[in-house]
Write a protein that binds this ligand. Structure first.
Ligand code: BES
Ligand code: MN
Ligand code: ZN
Length: 495
């Protein structure tokens, strides 16, 4: 989506659709106040008569409004102004974006960012509004072209404001591109998006940007390194696994990199511990962690952040087969620690443990893995928050703050030693499942055993990365959280 700025007064802006927010008390101030005056008090009257619904997220479209240059005026209700926090602001921007998409408005001028939101400054507000509009106007077309009569999504948004807002819009463009990349990869079916496909995408990214390099490890290189946990998961699939390592150099080589690691199970059938048939299709989304670390990487490159960043994708397919790994197998991970496989469906932690061990060589400033790891996380937090686990309070706080700044929130779960008990087995250093209680936490504890000397955090995005139901699809989360974390790491203000 194209973002630009205009410093014209709202009544003079000639646009197919002008988008404003009006609080429950009516168009008293800001753009709404100015427009109401130009419209001879018509807005005020429409609000009073109830023809404009000023309830939170309600939308009213006025055609050919008299007295102003815009061809249409979209009024988004924001309810009681006193309660406009960042989450409600996000909901408001999304409502506007969805309305525009449904009504085939391809070009609009937006003033939502002129609302007061907590103590957040205008650059934050315009950046957030721009990203939200873009997210609301993403349409998946890779395997189903839009029908001829389908409405066209918004392609250009003009924001009221001067050049001082340009850097915020540049950031928005990069963040939105990151979200789009993650969603597109997430939504692609597993017969297209397999480990080799993810590697090609990373390769293409490296070809587009000078500051990016990519290395890809196949079965042979992984065997050489002793990555038998990752290889064990991939063993039952015809699609060879890949360890994809994307490097972005935006700072001096001596500066320790941030390292992001994504779970890239391009399809999770469960393996021999096969999943029930209902909803198995949803396990094409099991590479959304990989999609997010690629999307956040792309955003960082576009932003040219003065940091070093490495995104690692552990890509494999989990399938049942004569060659597949079995329950009861004991495998030796790259770290040398042995793992008894008690459920081949707890495969994410197996590909991640070797990827995390591999990352030690980068001596990361922070090591963050992102994974659709446990159904238990969906039970615990639903679709609203990503699960966050870390032994490092400062890192956890930085990630939570980044999630708040992006309105892409994470909530912390404890990974106390008390839970380690659940991973004990007489046959190996640990087993790969911890039983029913605290399933997300024991998965986090498992990963913690491979990151003992690292400044590490784990994000379980099983609930946040995709939605089911009528609007099923990848959300692109937690690209927002990750990019805000990277921007803060680079010393940029994030809100
Ligand atoms: N990819 C799944 C987790 C998942 C489930 C994500 C539902 C999104 C929605 C993961 O590999 C898995 O199967 N986990 C098991 C772990 C269990 C066997 C310990 C689970 O959550 O049931
Ligand atoms: Mn699984
Ligand atoms: Zn999985």
């Amino acid at each position: 989506m194209d973002f630009s700025l205009t410093d014209q007064s709202p009544e003079r802006i000639d646009t197919p659709c002008l988008v404003i927010a009006v609080p429950a008390e009516g168009p008293r101030s800001g753009a709404a106040g100015i427009l109401d005056e130009a419209m001879d008090g018509a807005l005020q009257k429409l609000c009073a008569s109830g023809d404009i619904d000023t309830g939170y997220r309600r939308t009213t479209l006025i055609h050919q409004p008299a007295g102003i240059a815009a061809q249409r005026l979209l009024v988004v209700g924001c309810g009681e102004l006193g309660r406009l926090d960042r989450v409600r602001f996000d909901g408001l921007c999304m409502a506007a974006g969805q309305f525009l998409r449904k009504h085939a408005v391809t070009e609009a001028c937006v003033s939502l960012h002129q609302l007061e939101v907590e103590d957040l400054d205008e650059p934050w507000r315009v950046r957030h509004a721009a990203v939200a509009l873009d997210r609301a106007n993403y349409v998946y077309t890779a395997t189903k072209p839009p029908e001829d009569d389908a409405p066209h999504p918004l392609t250009a948004a003009v924001f009221a404001g001067g050049a001082e807002l340009q850097p915020a819009l540049d950031e928005a463009r990069a963040i939105a591109a990151g979200y789009r990349r993650a969603r597109e990869l997430g939504n692609l079916p597993a017969n297209i998006c397999n480990p080799a496909y993810l590697a090609q995408q990373a390769q293409a990214l490296a070809e587009r940007h000078d500051a990016v390099e990519v290395e890809t490890l196949g079965r042979a290189e992984m065997a050489e390194l002793g990555m038998d946990a990752l290889l064990g998961v991939a063993q039952g699939s015809e699609n060879d696994p890949r360890l994809i390592v994307l490097h972005y150099r935006g700072a001096d080589v001596d500066l320790p990199p941030v390292v992001l690691v994504g779970k890239g199970i391009t399809f999770d059938s469960g393996g021999l511990s096969i999943k029930p048939r209902e909803h198995m299709d949803q396990m094409k989304f099991d590479m959304c962690g990989a999609a997010a670390v690629i999307g956040a990487f792309e955003a960082c490159v576009r932003l040219a952040l003065p940091i070093n960043l490495i995104s690692v994708v552990a890509a494999a397919e989990n399938m049942p087969d004569g060659k597949a790994y079995r329950p009861g197998d004991v495998i030796t991970s790259m770290s040398g620690k042995t793992i008894e496989i008690l459920n081949t469906d707890a495969e994410g932690r197996l590909v991640l443990c070797d990827a995390l061990t591999y990352c030690e060589r980068f001596e990361p400033a922070a090591l963050i893995d992102v994974a659709t790891l446990t159904g238990a996380c969906v039970i615990a937090l639903g679709h609203h928050a990503s699960g966050l686990m870390s032994h490092h309070d400062d890192l956890a706080e930085e990630l939570q703050a980044a999630g708040r700044a992006a309105v892409d929130r994470a909530w912390r779960l404890p990974i106390w030693d008390d839970y380690q008990e659940q991973l004990k087995t007489p046959f190996a250093d640990m087993k790969n499942i911890g039983g029913m209680p605290a399933g997300s936490i024991t998965a986090g504890c498992f990963l913690g055993r491979f990151t003992e000397d690292q400044r590490w955090a784990h994000l379980d995005i099983a609930g946040s990365a995709w939605k089911w139901g009528a609007t099923e699809g990848a959300t692109g989360r937690p690209v927002g959280l990750l990019v805000h974390f990277l921007m803060a790491h680079a010393g940029r203000a994030t809100g």
